[in-house]
Structures are given as C-alpha cells and as structure tokens.
Write a protein of this length. Sequence first.
Length: 265
Amino acid sequence: MDASAPILLFDSGVGGLSVLAELRRALPQAPVVYAADNGGLPYGTKTEAEVAARVCGLLGRMSERHRPRLICIACNTASTIALGMVRDVLNVPIVGTVPAIKPAAEQTRSGVIGLLGTAATIRQPYVDRLVADFAADKRLLRFAAGELVGAAEAKLRGEAVDPAVYARAAAGLRDQPGGAEIDTVVLACTHFPLVRDELAAAFGPGVTFVDGAAGIARRIVHLTQGQPFQRNRPDFALFTKDEPGLAALQPALASYGLESIELLT
C-alpha cells in the first residue's frame, strides 16, 4: 500500500463535505481528494440510467488518475442507484452512503420518522428494503426536498438563502397525515446536514436529525485499519466543471482542509 494513496470522496457537489468532516475526526492523517461532479449537479432530478452512467464513468477516470486506496460515494442518490455497478467495475474498496433509517428507528419515541431526500433517492427500492429490515414497525413519511441541495450549495458560497426553502421542507413532512408526530428526521442527502441548523429552526423543538456521516467514517476506518498514511501534498478539491461560483467556495473548502481547487481534465 502506497502511504500517499488518497481516500477519494465523491459527491455531486459540496454535500460530501459533511462526510469529510467526520472522516477528519476519525482519520486526520489520511490524505484526501474531494471530488465534486458540479457538472452533473443535481443528481436528484436525473434518471437512474443517467446517474449510473455518469458516476461509473467519472469514478473510473478519477481512479485511474489518482489511484485511491478507497473510494467513498458520499452521495445518497449515487449510492442507492450505482453502488453495485461501481463495485463491479472498479478494483478498489467502495464505501457507499445510505439513508440512516436504522438509527432513526432506534431513536424515535413517537414511532413516526420523517425522511428528507432527493426525488431520486426517496423512490428507490433500496429505501423500501431498509424500511422493511429496520423500521417495519414504524411509520416513515418521505418528502423530496431537492431544493435543499441548492440551499446548501449557496450557503457554502456565502450567499443568502430564503428561509422559505427550509419551511417548505418541514411542511412537506409535517402536512402529511401523522406528520405532527414526527420526532426524528433522516437527512437522506449529504447536502442536508450542512443546513441542519436552518432545518432545526423550521421544524421547531423536539425533533432529532439523523444522518449517516459518522457511520461512513467508521466504515472507512475499519477498511483502512493498519494501513500507512502519508500526505505528500495538501488535500484538494476536484471539480468536473469550471464555473464562476467555484472561487466563492474556496473559504468553505479551506475550512474542511481542502487547500486548492483543481478541474478534472
């Protein structure tokens, strides 16, 4: 194992930074390449075939170029659609991201759980299987809150976000039959923890938010146990498209230990 081989964290945008934050706490010495497919953002409105083809193709190119020791697909939509296919085509350990339905089911007291995700994520059979396996005796209410992706992206660029965005996400769950009893909300998109405070204000007191970032970090620690780590260069962010907003992201990226921005060529 090359000690300088990085962990590649992949997302459609900056959402995977919520996973990177947990990984930094667990493995501060690990070199990281953070890859954001901003050229394909958002994934939540694409078809399954489009997401699968894009994710497999990009991760193949990135794997050849950066020779990661492990790839983390830090995106619920990409994972629920393409995780199996990526594992079939790449000879590198792959860690996916799935909605944290199991811990939510363990925590809820009312028995009513809300799930916020992209439209593509919440319709996946994978989510149905998680519910059947871990929350069959609970009530799960789902809402496609794709505009929260844009809100998180804007927040990290330092732009103002209309609070109505968060109010609509809360109402999307609360206004469903039984929604008033929700005490636990699964943030089934890695972008959403980046706006956790805003969502907490919109939902009001008495709601716990659950995401999978800490569990993902623990899985990466397990799979890299005993491996040497050496950072030969500063960690950086890799984007698939040049756009004016990238420069505005630099302060936020730096706060996560990503010192520069590069473009996939």
